[in-house]
Design a protein around this ligand. Structure first.
Ligand SMILES: Cc1cc2nc3c(=O)[nH]c(=O)nc-3n(C[C@H](O)[C@H](O)[C@H](O)COP(=O)(O)O)c2cc1C
Length: 180
């Protein structure tokens, strides 16, 4: 199971399109993909008071559980003022510091100008490290023109493919390690 966390609340979201492109690839590879739509499902601001001992039915407990069930994750964000969205950061603030330990984590960022998108993706890389995750070396930093309608251009499709195969091979390596 792969969990994908969507950090955009926009209608007709390019970030969502990019994350669904990732989901489709994992599903084609026979994996389940759980898309977490933060704007719909986890709307509350993180409450520091309940960080250490959240109620079992709280947003914090439910989000932690959803992430812990997955063997890998993909974070998808729009670029807002040179970095990733507060909606996504708010979700990440709910998690334990080892939430991504042993998991490969893919980064997808969608913006309007290519340069800034890469920077936002790099910012996410440092947060993934703080949460113990293994960032996939290939990140997908895209703008609208990287899609023709809902289909990624050939060059962009290659980046999606590379990121997904890096995440899958990390999982396979770990499974092999456990078996041997
Ligand atoms: C408040 C705000 C700040 C933005 N800042 C940037 C930026 O710094 N760099 C950039 O490339 N795009 C920026 N954008 C454009 C969005 O990243 C772009 O519209 C993107 O498609 C958003 O993803 P979405 O379609 O999922 O909403 C900004 C948009 C908003 C609303």
């Amino acid at each position: 199971l792969i969990v994908g966390i969507l950090g955009s609340a926009a209608k007709d979201s390019g970030t969502r399109l990019a994350l669904e492109t990732v989901a489709e690839r994992f599903r084609s590879a026979g994996r389940q993909f759980d898309l977490v739509d933060l704007a719909v499902e986890y709307r509350e601001l993180h409450d520091i008071v309940s960080y250490h001992d959240p109620a079992p039915d709280s947003q914090t407990a439910l989000l932690r559980q959803r992430v812990s069930m997955a063997s890998a994750a993909v974070l998808a964000t729009p670029v807002y003022h040179g970095t990733f969205s507060a909606l996504l950061k708010n979700a990440l603030d709910h998690l334990w510091g080892d939430a991504f330990a042993g998991k490969a984590v893919g980064i997808v960022a969608h913006g309007s100008a290519e340069k800034g998108v890469t920077v936002a993706a790099d910012h996410l890389r440092t947060v993934i490290r703080a949460l113990g995750g293994w960032s996939a070396p290939t990140q997908v930093a895209v703008v609208r023109d990287d899609f023709l309608g809902t289909v990624p251009t050939a060059e962009t499709a290659e980046r999606f493919d590379s990121m997904v195969s890096e995440i899958l091979s990390f999982g396979a390596e770990r499974a092999h390690g456990r078996a041997s």
